[in-house]
Design a protein around this ligand. Sequence first.
Ligand SMILES: CC(C)(COP(=O)(O)OP(=O)(O)OC[C@H]1O[C@@H](n2cnc3c(N)ncnc32)[C@H](O)[C@@H]1OP(=O)(O)O)[C@@H](O)C(=O)NCCC(=O)NCCS
Length: 166
Amino acid sequence: MSLTVRDATLDDLPAVAAIYTHYTLRTTNTVSTEVRTPRDWRERFTVNVVEGPYHLLVAVEDDAVVGFVETQRFRPKAAYDRSVELSVYVAPDLRAKGVGSALFEALFARVADDDRFHRAFSIIALPNDASIAFHERHGFVHRGTLTEASHKFGQYLDIAYYERAL
Ligand SMILES: CC(C)(COP(=O)(O)OP(=O)(O)OC[C@H]1O[C@@H](n2cnc3c(N)ncnc32)[C@H](O)[C@@H]1OP(=O)(O)O)[C@@H](O)C(=O)NCCC(=O)NCCS
């Protein structure tokens, strides 16, 4: 694969949305139950990235977006300013080919020297063995699991917290 990772632009949002919509509608990999509209994505991008300190990076292969990683506020209170929550999604047919790793490596290179951020958290709905292996491969440590904290497709899901120092 000749993969590149770069900052997303507004033009990338439909492709990012298509990947996330797949996981929203068909899996419990995200606990999102409602599809974000194009307007939701634009507002999120504007608030978090254009006007805020967070990131949306896309992995691109042959001009097609094949995955993305985003950072966002971990919690609303100001005391959490230095923590970010991560989300990473790869197009379903391109998983396990290094796309997620390329996204994480680019993101962590970006935030390594950025004093604004101190901790990254990923919140993983279980079961998701691939995501757990992926996060552990990238230096994340399991810090705890909330039992039956979310509910999707008629079932309760445990939610695992993974942490990485930045
Ligand atoms: C989780 C995800 C982002 C990982 O990205 P990816 O491109 O598939 O992963 P990579 O190919 O970069 O793999 C890196 C490492 O992750 C682990 N890994 C990835 N997929 C795996 C799988 N299916 N089973 C076990 N380990 C896996 C391996 O340790 C792998 O290292 P290795 O190739 O040296 O064995 C991707 O599979 C995905 O989008 N999954 C569906 C959505 C999702 O669950 N997102 C995370 C929500 S918390």
